[in-house]
Write a protein that binds this ligand. Structure first.
Ligand code: CMC
Length: 428
């Protein structure tokens, strides 16, 4: 890390600001002393120019379309690794050796059951509740069940809570689906992989054996890898901010799930498939492209554009390839894939999208795969939450273990009334 200085002149006063460098990526101006020295805050709603923390977990170069987890390119991880291995990597900083991976997988597998009383929560929800609403509630409720691991100052407690969250989230997600379709919950099975177990708990029924299709298991596992972490996005920042007050990790992850639900973030995968269904056939694409470009129309191309990527999202590349693999394995062919490919081609050649550097993101193709596997659109964001839990947990751990960690407390540019006197009700 090399430290330089930047100089800022405000009201004729010169202030030196340290410039900090990471291992790669843009340098940052350390403005922590700015208010004390100048009486002024910086202003950056939406955090377009603000680094909120140090982190050694994930690196994104949005201009080049690069995504690295602990230094490893996402394409390599998606091709050669497994979700369990990537989870270990995100949590621990290094790829596991065979024993480490076996131990980690065994630990996660043995935590997949949820407290039996937790299953009662589901019946408090309407059957037609959105499964993300159910996830917010049930994951939040975990803190009422696992008191023995919520001492966040204790590293062992933090590890146990982390393992519990990663292990139980597929069970909770599958139960949210089962509840919505009126089928009985299935208990996890320890002889299956993390992803195979999730597929069985979701699509299996007690009346017969469920056969995990290896190609589908592999595709699903890859989708989990692609969603595992993504630096300081909105939901991860939400988890960090919630955790900065000392809140327990189950409550923090529930906060992350709530944030993820929005259509500008994780909800975009559901919105993208709904959009493709609305467009239907390629001949309707020009109409929707015009709508997306019209400033007076709120319509946006869902699954397109990204705050950080100003190039092709590397996750979308893998996702597009995975569509074909799943179609081949299941011997299906969704015509919406052709519509999506054509939409991408038209958008990428349109001056509006070129000028604004809008490319397909991770959500553009994922819905087509998930739909082919059998998930209803309402479950798409739940799957994102399932996979992102490992990233949230890794980022939360990184924050809590930092000895310099402080409560997150942004300031504001106040635009309300200045001080005025209260007027009694009968005089108003
Ligand atoms: N369709 C049409 N125009 C768009 C789109 C789009 N999908 N995305 C951005 N623009 C335009 C936008 O109107 C703006 O134009 P102008 O400069 O003329 O006002 C410009 O591009 C910049 O957009 P922005 O909203 O200021 O950019 P942002 O960084 O705040 O937003 C985004 C990023 C992802 C919220 C946005 O691109 C978007 O709404 N995309 C659709 C939703 C989506 O796919 N979200 C998933 C993101 S990836 C997964 C995840 O993070 O969860």
């Amino acid at each position: 890390m090399s430290d330089n200085q930047a100089t800022l002149t405000i009201d004729g006063k010169t202030i030196d600001l340290p410039v900090k460098s990471g291992t790669i990526g843009p340098d940052v101006l350390d403005i922590r002393k700015l208010y004390g020295q100048s009486g002024k805050f910086t202003y950056d709603p939406g955090f377009t120019s603000t680094a909120s923390c140090d982190s050694a977990i994930t690196y994104i170069d949005g201009d080049e379309g690069v995504l690295l987890h602990r230094g490893y390119p996402i394409g390599q991880l998606a091709e050669h690794s497994s979700f369990m291995e990537v989870s270990y990597l995100l949590l621990n900083g290094e790829l596991p050796n065979q024993d480490e991976l076996a131990n980690f997988t065994r630990t996660i597998t043995r935590h997949t059951m949820v407290h039996e009383q937790l299953t009662k929560f589901y019946s408090g929800f309407r059957r037609d509740a959105h499964p993300m609403a159910v996830m917010c509630g049930v994951v939040g409720a975990l803190s009422a069940f696992y008191h023995d691991s919520t001492d966040i100052a204790d590293p062992q407690n933090r590890t146990i809570s982390s393992h519990r969250l990663i292990a139980k989230i597929p069970t909770i997600a599958a139960m949210a689906y089962k509840y919505s379709v009126g089928q009985p919950f299935l208990y996890p099975r320890n002889d299956l992989s993390y992803t195979g177990n999730f597929l069985r708990m979701t699509f299996g029924v007690p009346a017969e054996e469920y056969e995990v299709i290896p190609e589908v298991e592999r595709a699903m596992d890859r989708i989990f890898i692609l969603h595992a972490d993504h630096e300081q996005n909105a939901s991860t920042s939400t988890v960090r901010l919630a955790g900065s007050s000392g809140a327990n990790p189950f409550a923090c992850i529930a906060a992350g799930i709530a944030c993820l639900w929005g259509p500008a973030h994780g909800g975009a995968n559901e919105a993208a498939l709904n959009m493709l269904r609305e467009i239907g056939t390629p001949d309707k694409i020009p109409h929707y492209i015009e709508r997306a470009k019209d400033k007076n129309d709120p319509f946006r191309l869902m699954g397109f554009g990204h705050r950080v990527y100003k190039n092709y999202d590397p996750r979308a590349t893998v996702m597009q390839k995975t569509v074909r693999e799943v179609f081949d394995a299941l011997k299906v062919n969704d015509p919406l894939f052709e519509t999506a490919l054509r939409l991408e081609e038209i958008a990428l050649n349109d001056p509006y999208f070129i000028e604004k550097k809008l490319f397909p993101n991770v959500d553009f193709y994922s819905g087509i795969i998930l739909s082919a596997i059998g998930f209803p659109t309402t479950m798409f964001t739940v799957l994102f939450a399932l996979a992102r839990t490992v990233g949230w947990v890794a980022q939360w751990n990184e924050m809590i273990s930092d000895p310099g960690q402080k409560i997150g407390r942004p300031r504001q540019l106040y635009t309300g009334p200045t001080q005025r006197d209260y007027i009694p009700l009968d005089q108003r």
